[in-house]
Design a protein around this ligand. Structure first.
Ligand code: WT7
Length: 655
């Protein structure tokens, strides 16, 4: 029996929690599943009617005429910032919308009314001073500070399309994203704090803008740590000063359901990052609905997701989802282990956090670093614990369940992606019996299935493709500027009833209860500490080093990070003769990666090899390289290789 299929313990929802939950048991869950099955469009139309404050109601629920460019809630008009702020003002104007805590312990509470003013002033500033119009792209390169949320919502208010670039990306990576989106404005900060020390962001923007960014007219800078940075007159402006001059009301722009809301670049298996495009109505509907179902956040709850706004989790589950439902969301600037490994647990005690959402990597780290830390704090406010971003190993899951949740909090292991906009496969905290390391069942309305290329469901215990076989409202609409790639990336691997279906890139497997266990990516994408990276991108970076002739990158299982970057490098002949410099080269190669992508893509292993295992047609057999990196015996047939002896040569370099 495969490891994945071994019987796992089952944990039932907490009874008293379930009584009050929105979905209280599996009967209610199945009713919703049936409802969606019987009338798919009716199911979604009802939710959209109930949840969205429409400026103008939609006329058609789903338009498939240009599939796979599906359109949802056609003809409707709304404004996402109105959905997230204005409509709460009657009931919640003095409720905390955002609770911010900085790395150094500085705190700020922003009520819904304050959020309204901040966002309106910012919207006016973007519109009036920076000439940002509906449809213009704005790149946001900010740390985890409340201004990041103000900027996102201000863009949404005036119909500008934001594209957030994670603050850990390098100048080169930032530049690529600015150019691809043809951004008119870049918003950044002087710097921020990490591990207790200030660091700078603005110089990275200066570097990025040195080449090829003629599209960028202005740079708007939030003063976060008042570090000494240089300003380019006529291009650079200070947000903190200008925003105060603006009028605190700005009419929300009526947006079409299918106008773009934001772009978010993510890695694919080939080439450069893809600008995943999400649109208005479908996205915000599912962001809000999943907050309600999956975290079951109640009116007086305090919810905390530790992600960064630079990733989709930060978009959907720090900003848009929580605010759309009128919740209180915590935003934290720092790292989990500063000043010590008790930081997060102390914050949970202090803010009486009810729902806590984080990544398996962080759980593993905190488990290792601070086994005794959680015991020092009162974590009894917790009701729901969530994980996201990568498979969680049963050990870490049990620690999370027992030690953080005291055995009384349900764990929601949420499977989803940048492209899905919100959760797809996840337990419901009041209903679904859970098993360690298992994302369990698709949410109502999400038709996620484990299938083969022809859309046939895989039998229990057999690995298959994790596909979503019907369009859903929060799905990716396009890859910015590359519709062809949109089709080939997601709709060319599998079909059902002759029609292309969405393939996620992940493999998965059913267990005897019909639960879905994610087995990991089946394409050339790796997941390092929950960060998604294309091996092709890392290869392209390494290939820029002057001594490198050829390179292949694979993922290697890592106890803490999930996977680590493992690079096989073939040096140019003149360098290869002088291998004494291996350590130097290892450092240099990581320097190139840091420059081209960012420190998150650094290689733990760089192995210098005489050649790569290639077929006669020149294709690199990565499966062999993955096995060698794992230290496995090679069971694959190597006879199709141009030079089968290369395998043992590579093995001897790796040991
Ligand atoms: C990839 C998506 C989803 C927001 C954060 C990452 C992996 C995600 C799980 C999970 C196992 C998971 C998948 C997926 N993944 N959640 N619960 N269990 N794997 O978003 O950067 O778009 O990455 O993360 O491989 O395809 P992303």
């Amino acid at each position: 029996m495969s490891e994945e299929l071994q019987k796992k313990p089952v944990f039932m929802p907490n009874r008293s929690f379930a009584k009050e939950a929105r979905i209280k048991n599996m009967c209610e869950y199945r009713d919703l599943i049936l409802e969606a099955e019987e009338d798919y469009e009716g199911f979604w139309a009802k939710l959209a009617d109930e949840k969205i404050d429409w400026i103008k109601p939609f006329e058609k629920t789903l338009d498939s005429s240009q599939a796979p460019h599906y359109k949802w809630f056609v003809g409707g008009k709304l404004n996402v910032s109105y959905q997230c702020i204005d409509r709460h003002l009657d009931l919640r104007k003095n409720k905390a919308a955002i609770i911010f805590e900085g790395e150094l312990g500085d705190k700020k509470v922003i009520t819904y009314r304050e959020l309204y003013y901040e966002v309106n002033k910012t919207a006016n500033l973007l519109k009036n001073r920076f000439d940002i119009k509906k449809g213009d792209r704005v790149v946001i390169y900010l740390p985890m500070i409340p201004e990041a949320a103000f900027m996102m919502l201000a863009c949404a208010r005036i119909g500008a399309i934001h594209s957030i670039v994670f603050g850990g990306f390098s100048a080169e990576a930032l530049r690529d994203r600015i150019i691809d989106a043809e951004a008119k404005l870049v918003i950044t900060s002087d710097g921020a704090y990490r591990r207790g020390k200030p660091y700078l962001l603005k110089p990275v923007v200066d570097e990025a803008l040195k080449e090829g960014c003629e599209c960028v007219k202005k740079v708007l800078i939030v003063q976060r740590n008042n570090e000494d940075i240089s300003y380019v007159p006529g291009r650079d402006y200070i947000y903190n000063e200008l925003v105060e001059l603006e009028n605190p009301t700005c009419e929300p722009e009526p947006m079409d359901s299918e106008d773009p809301l934001f772009l978010l670049y993510t890695s694919g298996s080939t080439g450069k990052p893809k600008g995943v495009q999400h649109n208005q109505a479908g996205y915000i509907l599912w962001a809000q609905q999943t907050m309600e179902w999956v975290f079951d956040v109640k009116e007086n709850d305090t919810y905390w997701c530790t992600a960064d706004v630079g990733w989709i989790t930060g978009h959907t589950y720090i900003v848009y989802g929580p605010l759309a439902m009128g919740a209180t969301t915590i935003m934290f600037e720092g790292v989990p282990i500063y000043p010590d490994a008790g930081r997060w647990w102390r914050m949970i005690e202090e803010y009486k956090v009810n729902q806590f959402y984080t990544a398996p990597t962080a759980i593993r780290l905190l488990h290792k670093e601070g086994r005794d830390e959680p015991a020092k704090y009162d974590l009894s406010s917790l009701k729901v614990l969530g994980t996201v971003g990568e498979p969680i190993n049963p050990d870490a899951w049990m620690w999370y369940y027992d030690v953080i949740g005291s055995g009384k909090c349900h764990i929601v292991d949420t499977w989803w992606q940048t492209e899905t906009g919100g959760h797809v496969v996840s337990p419901l905290p009041g209903a679904t019996p859970i098993k360690p390391g298992c994302a369990t069942l698709p949410l109502p309305g999400m038709i996620a299935e484990v299938v083969d290329e022809n859309g046939n469901k895989k039998p229990v215990g057999e690995k298959g493709l994790l596909c979503i076989t019907k369009p859903w409202p929060s799905m990716i609409r396009d890859i910015w500027g590359d519709s062809e790639r949109f089709k080939t990336s997601y709709f060319s691997t599998a079909k059902k009833d002759g029609k292309p279906i969405y393939f996620s890139g992940d493999g998965a497997m059913y267990d005897e209860d019909g639960y879905i266990t994610i087995t990991g990516r089946v394409d050339d994408v790796i997941n390092v500490s929950g960060h998604r990276m294309g091996t092709a991108e890392i290869e392209a970076a390494i290939a820029k080093h002057q001594s490198v002739a050829e390179v292949a990158v694979v993922g290697r299982p890592n106890d803490l990070k999930g996977e680590s970057v493992f690079a096989y490098v073939v040096l140019k002949p003149e360098v290869a003769d002088n291998m004494a410099e291996e350590i130097e080269l290892y450092k240099e190669i990581n320097k190139v990666i840091t420059k081209e992508i960012g420190p998150i893509a650094k290689a733990d292993d760089v192995k210098f090899v005489p050649g790569l295992p290639k077929t006669r047609s020149g294709k690199i057999m990565r499966r062999i390289l993955r096995s060698i990196a794992k230290g496995e015996e090679i069971t694959q047939d190597v006879s199709t290789l141009e030079d089968p002896s290369i395998v043992s040569k590579i093995q001897s370099c790796v040991i």
